[in-house]
Design a protein around this ligand. Structure first.
Ligand SMILES: Cc1cc2nc3c(=O)[nH]c(=O)nc-3n(C[C@H](O)[C@H](O)[C@H](O)COP(=O)(O)OP(=O)(O)OC[C@H]3O[C@@H](n4cnc5c(N)ncnc54)[C@H](O)[C@@H]3O)c2cc1C
Length: 328
């Protein structure tokens, strides 16, 4: 690990003042469950590490008229212990539960989950997000791509977004608040995640001097929501495909739907055709199946990940059925 200076600020203002203008100047430390591996493997080599652990304002889960505010430093275990989250935002509780080890849930934070770097093995071996070989070829496309993207993989990025909260928050229509020394800005989570178009790009909208301070989910107000993950048996590892859904109902019919696939594209992937397939109809197993099929239309699997199409299809079907079961 490259030596670095360690800073332990007590306020957000102090923290953003300690971040520099580039990723090499400083990195943010939350729980450290991802950052420490990145540092040990020389994937990130900042001069300074700025811990957020001492900043009280970044904690807490608060219900307001505007919805639910979740501080970036809330751990996954804290999130799971919140009755509001479990009752009204089951899709978030299910995503947190999917991070299968109690140790990770006790230390890992919601902000850290959203900002975790991709798990692509080429990226983790130091080949960068576009993962090009010596002749400029895409290592993911020409090599072992069994865990890579089946959507939005025609450009240089073939990795999948690792966050399980990403799809759930996009489905709920949540926002994130990003703070820098220059001020703060709010972004829909849907716009926070990005598919980089070149090696210099990143997988999210965070700029080097910014921290993700909080997540703002709109009032659940009867929106039925659920996350369903398909993973290798009871593996500790990330899911192979995920679906998060949020449904507004009118009587027994679906008034509007948001369906978001996870772990199948460089960013959470809205399945718009599947959303449209539900509107005005009563959701039963046959319609959920139809939506699952619509959700995977247009997939462009690589040589070894075609199996993810079926997993994503099933994830959508089961998430939809789970969501309507949730409050009936
Ligand atoms: C074996 C294993 C299985 C896992 N399975 C899953 C899974 O199924 N689903 C899933 O979603 N995740 C999974 N994870 C990832 C885990 O949830 C994340 O490692 C964790 O949430 C990251 O949180 P952290 O607080 O430890 O972040 P850190 O490790 O401290 O930070 C992670 C990254 O985010 C940046 N960062 C952190 N917080 C902020 C902030 N507030 N503002 C700006 N930048 C920030 C850091 O600089 C760093 O680059 C798994 C991890 C492991 C090791």
């Amino acid at each position: 690990m490259q030596p670095f200076e360690y800073a332990n600020p007590k306020t957000v203002r102090e923290a953003v003042g300690l971040l520099g203008k580039s990723w090499e100047d400083a990195n943010v430390l939350a729980g450290g469950t991802d950052l420490l591996s990145l540092l040990k493997d020389y994937i990130q080599t900042p001069k300074r590490v700025v811990s957020l652990k001492g900043i009280r304002d970044l904690g807490g889960i608060t219900k307001t008229a505007a919805g639910l505010r979740i501080g970036a430093m809330v751990t996954l275990a804290e999130l799971l212990s919140s009755a509001e989250v479990r009752d009204e935002y089951p899709s978030l509780a299910q995503a947190a539960h999917g991070v299968s080890s109690p140790q990770l849930r006790n230390i890992g934070t919601v902000g850290g989950d959203l900002c975790q770097r991709p798990r692509c093995w080429y990226f983790r071996l130091g080949y960068g997000l576009a993962a090009k070989g010596p002749n400029g070829e895409s290592l993911a496309r020409s090599g072992d791509n069994r865990y890579h993207a089946i959507f939005d993989n025609q450009g240089p990025a073939c990795f999948v977004s690792a966050s399980s909260f990403g799809p759930a928050l996009v489905a709920l229509g949540a926002k994130v608040k990003l703070v820098s020394a220059a001020g703060s800005r709010e972004l829909p989570v849907e716009k926070f995640f990005l598919t980089p178009g070149d090696e210099a790009g990143r997988e999210n909208a965070l700029q080097p001097g910014e921290i993700l301070a909080e997540i703002l989910a709109p009032p659940a107000g009867g929106v039925r929501n659920a996350t369903y993950e398909v993973r290798q048996k009871e593996a500790l590892d990330w899911p192979l495909a995920t679906a998060s859904v949020a449904l507004k109902m009118k009587g027994k019919a679906v008034e509007s739907a948001r369906i978001v696939l996870g772990h199948v594209a460089p960013a959470p992937h809205r399945a718009v055709a599947a959303e449209k397939a539900l509107v005005g109809k009563t959701l039963d197993a046959a319609l959920a199946e139809e939506a699952g099929k619509a959700a995977v239309e247009g997939a462009t699997p690589l040589a070894s990940n075609g199996y993810k199409i079926q997993l994503a299809r099933v994830a959508v079907k089961r998430a939809l059925l789970e969501a309507v079961k949730a409050r009936t």
